[in-house]
Design a protein around this ligand. Sequence first.
Ligand code: ADP
Length: 172
Amino acid sequence: MKPVIAIYPGSFDPLTNGHLDLIERGAKIFDELIVAILRNPEKEPLFSLEERLEMIRAMTRGHENVRVDSFDGLMVDYALNVGATAVLRGIRAISDYEYELQMALMNRKLEPRLETVFMMPAETYSYLSSRLVREVATLGGSVRGLVPELVEKKLRAKLGPAMARHKEATRE
Ligand code: ADP
């Protein structure tokens, strides 16, 4: 039987423990899982593409069937190029559902051979998003336990000056 290759596309800016939870679940059911970082020229990311590639590679090194890559353009084109037949996406709460449903159905229209598979993270991560992690870290809050230690360290290195500025500004 042909091995089933799935891609897990996203921004991963930065990688959270929710993403990792999903990667672990995906790695168990797919023969190969490609974590695919979307290169979006319209969004100014906190972490560069290289930084994100490096962090995700470091955190998934233990999984033999997980690979990390990046793509731009249509996700369905990228998926077909790498031989994937499934797309993994996470659903945290009802609020994710509408957007994810739209995207899955649009992708199905573009490429009916590609199947979207939704997985749910452990409930501890159901409120967790990269956007919230960026906001909390920028304001000097702790993100311990929400992101891998490596990501926490990189956030501190990148946002240290911003955190200090915020603390200074709110002191007055
Ligand atoms: P995007 O910009 O494509 O939403 P993200 O990096 O925010 O990129 O998310 C990529 C995928 O991971 C999406 O399917 C999203 O629903 C899922 N995801 C994000 N955070 C979590 C989490 N805490 N638990 C499970 N899935 C998540």
